[in-house]
Design a protein around this ligand. Structure first.
Ligand SMILES: NC(=O)c1ccc[n+]([C@@H]2O[C@H](COP(=O)([O-])OP(=O)(O)OC[C@H]3O[C@@H](n4cnc5c(N)ncnc54)[C@H](OP(=O)(O)O)[C@@H]3O)[C@@H](O)[C@H]2O)c1
Length: 334
């Protein structure tokens, strides 16, 4: 079953699954820049439903959008031409994304856990239904690293990808290195400022960064790799002595995610790691400050390609979601 393609001025209906930090920013942008999207897509884009857990929770939403809130997420999928999944986690996000794809509806998501766990399977459902699943925001938020790896470097041979892809841990490490906080104090400060979740293990144990490097490796080399293939060491066990030792050598400790290919270029052997690394002060990744992200891609012809920018935040992440949404909407119109 295919989603109806909107033509002329028929609005394209977007179903929003989630209205938290990212979802609210997506909804806000769609309601405050309607002319921009109508011009780029060729049809107006309108939000037709917003799925949340609690419709009564206080939230800042543009007038008119509050009435679209519902706890019935399936009805949002059924009523939409395109679906944006920004609720996070595996379930019910996975079932809802699958439902939309099986109805032939393009899906845009920022959900790295979901894409790392079952992205390949969901992309296959999208392919069978001649629709699309896009997830630029799932890695490094506003930094368009997946698009560069998949499209800009499609004619090149990538040998490695190295990056700081978790803004929360980078904020902690930056507080220690540049502001002289003790490690435990920096973790506490990051929690107070909302950089860390109430349960910060996903970030501190390197799980979030591992999900992102898996997605990057699959995109770069089209290999069947998963979270279990990542050599992972977080930063929770680091001590003030480790930071002092690094600083005395002019180095800074960063949580670095990396993936590299070796062997036959046609069937490369890909390895991945997430671990704290002491970087020299002149390393480009050593300059990545606070909650920002940075990724360096090495390719045979291009050499080193570096991308830096905001790796988190509502409007920043929404920028990547909206980029995918505009592209998906243009394809749907065609
Ligand atoms: N925040 C960032 O900077 C950032 C950056 C890159 C990627 N991402 C990804 O973007 C996604 C969203 O992140 P976020 O920070 O916006 O999360 P969030 O603030 O926690 O918002 C999640 C939203 O989803 C809704 N939701 C959660 N479970 C639901 C369920 N079972 N049924 C219906 N609604 C449900 C919540 O409803 P209620 O409002 O009623 O609780 C909330 O509106 C995640 O996959 C995250 O990894 C976030």
């Amino acid at each position: 079953m295919s989603a109806p393609a909107a033509t002329g001025q028929t609005p394209l209906r977007v179903g929003l699954l989630g209205c938290g930090t990212v979802g609210a920013a997506v909804a806000q942008a769609l309601s405050t820049r309607p002319a921009l999207y109508a011009e780029r897509v060729g049809s107006p884009i309108e939000v037709c439903g917003i799925a949340v857990r609690n419709v009564d929770a206080p939230r800042e939403l543009h007038a008119g959008l509050s009435g679209l809130l519902t706890t019935d997420a399936s009805s949002v999928v059924h009523g939409a031409d395109l679906v944006v999944e920004v609720m996070g986690g595996i379930e019910p996000a996975q079932s809802l994304v699958r439902l939309a794809l099986e109805q032939g509806k393009p899906v845009v998501t920022a959900n790295k856990q979901l894409i790392a766990a079952s992205g390949q399977e969901l992309v296959e459902v999208a392919r069978q239904q001649a629709t699309s699943l896009d997830y630029e925001a799932a890695v490094a938020a506003a930094v368009p690293v997946l698009r560069v790896v998949r499209e800009s470097l499609a004619g090149d041979r990538i040998s490695s990808i190295t990056g700081i892809v978790n803004g929360s841990t980078n904020f902690v490490l930056d507080m220690v290195a540049r502001h002289g906080l003790g490690f435990a104090e920096a973790v506490e400060r990051a929690g107070q400022l909302g950089y860390l979740e109430a349960d910060p293990t996903e970030d501190l144990d390197g799980l979030d960064a591992a999900a992102k490097i898996v997605i990057l490796a699959r995109t770069a080399w089209m290999v069947d790799v998963g979270l279990a293939d990542v050599h992972r060491e977080g930063i929770a066990h680091l001590t003030d002595d480790d930071f002092e030792a690094a600083a005395s050598c002019g180095q800074v400790i960063k949580l670095v995610a990396s993936a590299w290919a070796s062997g036959d270029p046609a069937h490369p052997h890909v390895e991945m790691a997430v671990r704290p690394v002491a970087l020299g002060a002149d390393d480009p990744l050593a300059q990545v400050r606070e909650g920002r992200n940075g990724v360096v891609i090495e390719a045979e012809s291009a050499g080193l390609v570096s991308l830096f920018g905001p790796g988190a935040g509502g409007p920043e992440t929404a920028s990547a979601v909206l980029g995918d949404l505009v592209n998906a909407a243009c394809r749907l119109r065609q």
